[in-house]
Design a binder for this molecule. Structure first.
Ligand code: KG4
Ligand code: ZN
Length: 420
């Protein structure tokens, strides 16, 4: 291990009774957290070392960050099928784990896990036989890494996909004798958005979070760090879901968000204008709810009318993509600005895969300036906006710091997990 990776201090687990986080002693300062994410179509594992707490010299560094995307696989089917995702996570987890541990220089070919423990871990992975086999081989070949806790996404997401990560985390916790931290995926998006370099950005509460992903469209208020109050949410489709479904209607590949965004950008760069108009659902309603199903239906009608018996021209496709993206951005901006006004939010997190969208990022940033709000905008870099395990390791650290560990026998995946 090289010098800058030497651990300052960490959790000490004592004897068998301390397994799964019971009877542990927190020394102080730095903790190494291994985070696992399998809620949708990315298999990801990251290892961070972090110390401090919110508002109190929080610092972290990334020791390893590995991700395997299933997008190519799902593209063939035009979307994510939970059981395909589950199978792919099973296959990918051990290679991704090895990659992350290698990057962190935390593994050596020195076995220290007993056959008895391996047999126990195989029982935990009864429903994931392929993963069980790969993991057993891994335990037979390598040492226990010097980490302090294992954090894993327990929801929200696709339940069969979540379970693979959850069971893998249980098996690792058992074999390595490490505590487990359950993580809410959406909290991960918030925390990664709030991170800045190797620390947290400087901001004051209340914090408003606009969470826009394949499964969520929500405005969430935090009067305190890690406390959440739901202001409003979509009544039907999530924004990312609308992007993906609309892309499909227009014959574009999965996932639709980046593709629509790319085409809309070309239309804007070329200065192309069109007479196409789409609705801005619920833009004037006096609440913080959203609805995107009607917008999707309107796109379907527009596509059918425009193409008639033929197919959409490239110009028409770009024009519809641009109008759709404008409609979504108008609604998100209007609702978010109203929420800032009502809550006096001092910072705005934009998190979730759709926050990778350049147009939506720019529109929100322009709106803050035009409305004269001094609200600090917190958005992850585009490459970290979509799912990854860094966000899970980060959220895991803040939960571990509060000693929010869980017994393996109590840990379950919850597809509809809410932020609390
Ligand atoms: O957060 P995420 O990676 O997974 C979920 O937790 O759902 O979000 C994925 C969603 C997909 O619907 C994808 O189409 C959308 O984020 N997305 C985008 C862009 N990049 C990803 N939507 C619009 N513009 C983008 N550039
Ligand atoms: Zn996500």
């Amino acid at each position: 291990m090289d010098e800058n990776q030497k651990k300052v201090s960490g959790l000490v687990l004592r004897g068998k009774s301390s397994r799964q986080g019971l009877a542990m002693r927190v020394l102080s300062h730095a903790m190494r957290i291994l985070g696992i994410e399998t809620s949708c179509d990315e298999t990801a594992i990251s290892i961070i070392e972090a110390e401090g707490s919110f508002g109190n010299d929080f610092r972290f560094s990334v020791l390893g960050n590995a991700l395997l995307s299933q997008i190519e696989m799902h593209r063939e089917f035009g979307g994510v099928f939970p059981n395909v995702a589950k199978r792919e996570h099973q296959r990918a987890l051990v290679p991704v784990l090895q990659d992350a541990l290698w990057q962190a220089k935390l593994v050596k070919p020195e076995r220290d896990v007993s056959e008895e423990t391996i047999a126990e871990s195989e029982r935990l992975l009864e429903r994931e036989p392929e993963l069980a086999l790969q993991l057993s081989q891994f335990f037979r070949a390598y040492n226990t890494p010097d980490i302090d806790a294992i954090a894993v996404t327990v929801g929200p997401g696709l339940e069969p996909a979540l379970w693979v990560g959850v069971n893998c985390a249980k098996a690792l916790a058992l074999a390595w004798n490490k505590p487990l931290v359950p993580v809410n995926h959406m909290e991960g998006h918030i925390m990664l958005a709030a991170a800045d370099g190797n620390a947290l950005a400087r901001f004051r509460m209340p914090l408003l979070s606009l969470l826009i992903s394949g499964g969520h469209t929500e405005l969430v208020l935090s009067k305190e760090w890690m406390q959440y109050e739901l202001l409003g949410a979509t009544r039907d489709d999530a924004v990312g879901e609308a992007f993906d479904k609309v892309a499909r209607l227009m014959g574009l590949p999965y996932p639709g968000g980046p593709e629509i965004s790319r085409l809309a950008a070309v239309a804007r760069e070329n200065g192309e204008t069109s007479a196409f108009t789409l609705p801005r659902p619920m833009i004037t309603t006096d609440d913080f709810d959203f609805s995107f199903a009607g917008l999707k239906t309107a796109v379907r009608r527009l596509v059918e009318e425009t193409k008639g018996e033929g197919s959409l021209t490239e110009w028409q496709t770009r024009a519809i993509a641009k109008e759709f993206e404008d409609a979504v951005a108008d609604v998100l901006v209007a609702k978010t600005m109203r929420a800032i006004e009502q809550t006096d939010a001092q910072a705005l997190v934009v998190g979730g895969g759709v926050s990778a969208n350049a147009h939506i990022r720019a529109r929100l940033s322009d709106a803050l300036r035009d409305y004269g709000y001094s609200t600090k905008l917190l958005i992850p870099p585009p490459e970290l906006a979509t799912d990854n395990a860094l966000m899970i390791a980060l959220a895991g650290y803040f939960r571990a710091e509060k000693k929010q560990f869980i017994l393996a026998s109590d840990m379950q995946a919850h597809g509809n997990l809410k932020l609390i």
